[in-house]
Design a protein around this ligand. Sequence first.
Ligand code: NAI
Length: 243
Amino acid sequence: MMKYALVTGGSRGIGRAICIKLAGMGYHVLINYRHNDAEALATLQAVREKGADGELMKCDVTDGAAVSEMLSAWMQSHPDGYIEVLVNNAGIRKDNLMLWMTGEEWAHVLDTGLNGFFHVTQPLLKNMLARRFGRIITIVSLSGIKGLPGQTNYSAAKGGLIAATKALAQETAKRRVTVNAVAPGFIHTDMTGQLDEDELKRLIPAGRFGEPEEVAGLVGFLASPEASYITGEVISINGGLYT
Ligand code: NAI
């Protein structure tokens, strides 16, 4: 039977690497993204090059009604299948010191990271529980564990996701649905493109930024049957940065 995985924010960066990893594991990959059709198509192409297939699911995860409509339409047209792996990867940063932070900067970051998690995860849970197998993996951040100055909004979103992960894991464990979070440090993507890498890498014991494929490797492991007894965990992947 066809196995389905959904990756939010799958058009580029870490999300794209995760789509490719899951394709290599034999998943049919549903690639969610917000607006960049060309990048999303490039991800789909890369999925196909792995010998798997996938489809694009364009939708803004901050829009609960749109997400719910998209997922119910998908479920109706796939009565025999279900999404067994969900990777909540969509996330944005809008850094500012709290002193100058606007309500919009606060709300948009929370809406995307934290509310997006609810909008996508809630409708998919029922099938995972009924079929007694599921994997929910959420990409959080070092910022959500230790807090980073200039990121009260982002730290709040990621910290909230960590707590939600731990709570949900306890609700679903008996039905073999595991819920975990992956907390990257500095990874080479568009999100970190503006940062001063030479300065920052001196703080990293491994002496370098990580690659999206390294994060995808960990996500692939958590999605696999080998990781069945790991749940409610937050696993850091940060080159040795103290968390
Ligand atoms: P990116 O900016 O390259 O990609 C973000 C993805 O999220 C894009 O595919 C975009 O379409 C999608 N997205 C954003 N808002 C969305 C929305 N409202 N609805 C649907 N999709 C939306 O970022 P990157 O670096 O690949 O980040 C992926 C995840 O990893 C994020 O959750 C980020 O917070 C997290 N992360 C990244 C780190 C890094 O160093 N790059 C470090 C720690 C965590």
